[in-house]
Design a protein around this ligand. Structure first.
Ligand code: ADP
Length: 526
């Protein structure tokens, strides 16, 4: 007996109920027919078929209901025909009509109820399906997810807000137990596998949450502030502490519902960005190293020019010191001539020391202060630095400046470095081309209200097809000994100061590189 009971499944139970209700309905219908046809009880007995319908409704479908209604109506008419075929009076006819009408109305109502029941069933099953889908996404996604109940915490915060607290940080500072109390008001409804993996714990209690807060970090207080302010979304990069005591950097995102009643199921997500942040830091460090290396390379490229420049004042100093000695050897020494020679020597030494200072500045990491720079002097000084290289390669430089260009606030050495890079690239491109007419045109103008532009155009082969997209990519080079960092560094140098660098081919041939520099309003008349 007990075995039979345990083997009954829900489906079997339903079937059993249906059969029972069906049998009761048939028995009742037979009884009603019997009383209606074979007894003398006066009254609309057939109205009781309504009860048959109601019982049948528990056991059958909509079609079954219609068939039952038809059978009941048929039995009512049959009974009427058998009992009143000869003496059909008005009263019995009215009873017949009332019974049929009751049957009809009941059928319609039962059909409607059945339709509503089926719709509710369909909605319920759709809901269950969507809940199951949500569960499966929740459980399987690689993003760490928690479902947390924030309703008690929200109520508490709304209470203290009503008491006039608006600055959570100050409130937490004044009440050391506040944060801990708030953590205790959060209940974790569910946590997925990724969440447990991230935190290295199976436990989702407030205690686990408490341990995950890194002391001294304001992130939890920021979440409380967002809740107090009624923000819908909280998103921030925050540090959390895993059960193993390791600090991780995560992207925390919480979407608070609009409806206060829904605060019992708030979804919290975390994405571990520790590795990504470390990679970004390493990349930034590598880039800084490369910038330094490129600076050194730029100086290397100029060293020939520097040697040449230093040669001239040093040669002059030697000549002047020999002359000075000769004036001193005279009897009596010509002191006025000695003084003139000494003065020339001082002037030349100063010139040599300026040249050396310029080189030092180029290498110095601290030459980072913004100065007011006129484009005219920037171009002239850069040309002077490149003079030797330009002469060596037989390159003519034509400079075209619009009148009254405003000054720019920039780090001079940075702009010089960009210009030197562009000019060196132009010279190398023309070397490669063996251009008979080696000309670089440098134009400075103001293309719009916010920028000045320095364009460097050459008569080389232009930028090759297929190279254009990669021109500014780090380590992209078409040169056998190139490093491929020049343009990439130039572009980031300008962008860091709000400017930009573009490169294209000129319609009349050759490549053109354009530096756009931001004009600060206060520089307008500088
Ligand atoms: P590198 O000079 O070490 O190759 P860059 O970043 O300065 O590195 O330049 C990248 C590439 O862009 C060069 O290898 C070259 O193919 C192309 N390029 C740069 N300047 C010019 C130019 N003026 N004309 C044609 N191609 C150029």
């Amino acid at each position: 007996m007990s075995i039979a009971t345990t083997l009954i499944r829900p489906h079997d139970t339903e079937w059993g109920h249906s059969v029972a209700f069906g049998l009761i309905a048939i028995a009742l219908a037979a009884a009603v027919f019997y009383v209606d046809t074979y007894t003398d009880i006066e009254g609309a007995i057939a109205v009781l078929y309504v009860v048959v319908m109601i019982i049948a409704a528990q056991a059958t479908t909509r079609l079954g209901l219609l068939i039952t209604a038809a059978v009941c109506a048929g039995l009512t008419l049959l009974s009427y025909a058998m009992t009143h075929s000869d003496d059909a009076d008005l009263q019995s006819t009215i009873r017949l009509i009332v019974s049929l009408a009751a049957l009809f109305v009941t059928t319609i109502l039962l059909l409607k109820t059945e339709t509503a029941r089926l719709t509710t069933l369909a909605i319920n099953s759709a809901l269950k399906e969507s809940e199951a889908r949500y569960r499966s996404i929740f459980d399987r996604t690689r993003v760490a997810l928690w479902e947390r109940d924030y309703s008690r915490l929200r109520n508490y915060l709304m209470n203290i807000k009503a008491q006039g607290v608006t600055d959570i940080r100050a409130h937490a500072h004044a009440n050391p137990a506040f944060v801990d109390h708030c953590v205790g008001l959060i209940d974790v409804v569910a946590a997925n596998e990724a969440a447990r993996e991230l935190m290295g714990t199976q436990s989702s209690t407030p205690d686990a949450l408490r341990r995950s807060i890194v002391p001294g970090k304001a992130s939890f207080v920021d979440v409380l502030q967002a809740l107090l302010d009624g923000d819908r979304i909280f998103e921030d990069k925050v540090e959390v502490r895993t059960e193993a005591g390791e600090n991780k950097l995560v992207l925390l995102s919480i979407s608070f519902p609009e409806d206060p009643a829904a605060f019992n199921r708030v979804v919290v997500s975390m994405v571990d960005v520790t590795q990504r942040e470390m990679a970004l830091k390493a990349l930034a460090e590598a880039q800084a190293e490369l910038t330094k290396a490129s600076k050194a390379a730029t100086v290397g490229a100029m060293s020939a020019s520097l040697a040449h420049e230093l040669n001239q004042p040093l040669g002059a100093i030697v000549v002047n010191s020999q002359t000075l000695l000769r004036w001193l050897d005279r009897d009596p020494p010509d002191l006025a001539a000695v003084r003139r020679s000494a003065e020339r020597m001082i002037r030349d030494s100063q010139r040599a020391s300026e040249i050396i200072q310029n080189t030092r500045n180029l290498l110095s990491p601290s030459s980072n202060t913004l100065e007011t720079i006129s484009l005219e002097s920037l171009i002239d000084e850069t040309m002077a630095l490149m003079e030797h290289e330009l002469q060596r390669s037989g390159t003519t430089v034509l400079v075209d400046r619009s009148p009254q260009l405003p000054a720019v606030a920039a780090v001079k050495i940075e702009l010089q470095q960009v210009l030197i890079n562009l000019i060196t690239n132009a010279i190398q491109a023309m070397d490669e081309n063996k251009s008979p007419k080696r000309t670089i045109k440098i134009a400075a103008e103001r293309p719009d209200i916010e920028h000045v532009r320095i364009a460097v155009r050459d008569t080389g082969p232009g930028i090759a097809e297929g190279v254009k997209d990669k021109l500014f990519s780090p380590f992209f080079t078409t040169k056998a000994t190139g490093m491929g960092m020049g343009l990439s560094i130039c572009r980031s140098t300008l962008e860091a100061r709000g400017g930009r660098l573009e490169g294209s081919n000129h319609r009349e041939g050759g490549a053109i590189f354009e530096m756009y520099l931001l004009i600060k309003p206060e520089m307008e008349h500088a």
